[in-house]
Design a protein around this ligand. Structure first.
Ligand code: SF4
Ligand code: SF4
Length: 368
């Protein structure tokens, strides 16, 4: 199977200010282009596009192509679970919305520190395992936005999992809060096939500083920055699928061109991406070096460095970088930005002289 998957988190819209206004005609056109090029993996989620993505995917794909011609992955939205019965109700609704009798792949959506206890309480792993045994699911797994330690704990406790979906891209590879490399290594140790999400960081790695793009163009003049990001993810051992949320024909054609002629990164190209990551990082709002000196002096136990990395992503990528999700995971078991008492101890010690209190205040205003 070709390694490019069509993610439906960022479908084309008729009104850019209304996330429910999916451009069904263009979406169907994109599906045709994708299928016509020999690609077949589609991924959706219960809440995507204000609950509209599954319906839209049914209209664009399921109603127009034979079931055996495509692979369909969906996810259980843990944040919508209020009572245990919701598991059955939501799953049934998803099958109905998509008009299928089974999912090829079904994942617990967005596992991390803050959601894992609820997943255990509601028996979500048992539920998806049972659905697999009953024939409603072919492969089970989870998408993950937590720490490497939690990933290891989950994979130890749930050997029944078939696949894991991880946020991997060359900028997040050594990122202080996302820790792509360490999560990837743990998934490899446990021998789990990996599905990559956010390979282009929500489109953020498609448009990068000119200095970084020039390095890439010097070696491969015709290749877009996005294609470099996709090749980074696709070239990793154990990666079976790379998801991309394509919403224009040009984007799709560029991605298809990359995956039709998929060539692993050379050593020199890896070095270029490392340099590009450095350049992109330099262009960020608060150049925290993650030395963590500030954390040692904070009486409120605020994970300052991690929150600053989220602040930077928010400034650079907006909501495409899922700042709220990362924020919730980061403050789980720690002080929140709003717990800052403005003592100023952290700023006294910060070698980068960052305005930490101001940054935390902005985060507190955004996330409460
Ligand atoms: S100013 Fe806020 S973040 Fe900094 S040390 Fe004091 S309480 Fe912690
Ligand atoms: S002391 Fe400054 S540079 Fe070091 S982790 Fe804290 S905010 Fe970042």
């Amino acid at each position: 199977m070709k390694k490019l998957g069509f993610g439906t988190l960022r479908l084309p819209l008729t009104n850019p200010n209304d996330n429910a206004s999916i451009d069904q005609e263009l979406f169907s056109h994109l599906v045709d282009e994708f299928m016509g090029a020999g690609y077949s993996y589609f991924e959706t989620g219960y809440s995507y596009h204000l609950m509209g993505a599954e319906d839209a995917l049914r209209r664009a794909l399921v109603d127009r192509y034979p079931r055996e011609s495509f692979i369909l992955a969906d996810k259980m939205p843990t944040y919508n679970l209020n009572i245990v019965e919701d598991l059955e109700n939501i799953f049934t609704e998803q099958l109905r919305r998509c008009n299928v009798s089974f999912f090829d792949s079904y994942l617990i959506h967005n596992l991390g520190e803050s959601r894992y206890p609820k997943v255990l309480e509601f028996g979500v792993f048992d539920f998806i395992h049972r659905k697999k045994e009953e024939g409603f699911i072919r492969k089970i797994g989870f998408s993950f936005h937590g720490t490497p330690d939690l990933l290891e704990e989950i994979l130890t406790n749930h050997p029944e999992v078939d696949v894991v979906q991880l946020q991997i891209n060359y900028l997040d590879w050594e990122h202080i809060s996302i820790q792509s490399r360490r999560c990837y290594e743990i998934a490899r140790i446990y021998g789990k096939p990996i599905i990559v999400m956010e390979p282009v960081k929500g489109g953020g790695l498609a448009v990068i500083p000119k200095e970084a793009e020039d390095l890439m163009r010097e070696v491969r003049p015709d290749d877009s920055p996005a294609s470099w990001a996709l090749r980074f993810a696709a070239g990793l051992d154990g990666v079976i699928m790379v998801l991309s949320g394509m919403n224009t024909i040009d984007q799709m054609r560029d991605n298809i061109r990359t995956f039709d002629n998929l060539t692993p990164l050379s050593e020199r190209e890896h070095a270029i991406l490392q340099e590009a990551a450095r350049i992109i990082s330099r262009s960020i709002a608060a150049p925290c070096t993650a030395c963590r000196y500030c954390i040692d002096v904070c009486t409120q136990n605020i994970p300052i460095a991690v929150l600053i990395s989220i602040f930077n992503d928010m400034k650079r990528y907006g909501d495409r970088s899922f700042p709220r999700v990362h924020y919730q995971h980061a403050v789980f078991g720690h002080g929140k930005a709003s717990d800052c008492v403005a003592c100023g101890e952290c700023e006294q010690i910060c070698p980068q002289h960052l305005p930490i209190r101001k940054i935390l205040q902005e985060l507190a205003e955004k996330f409460g």
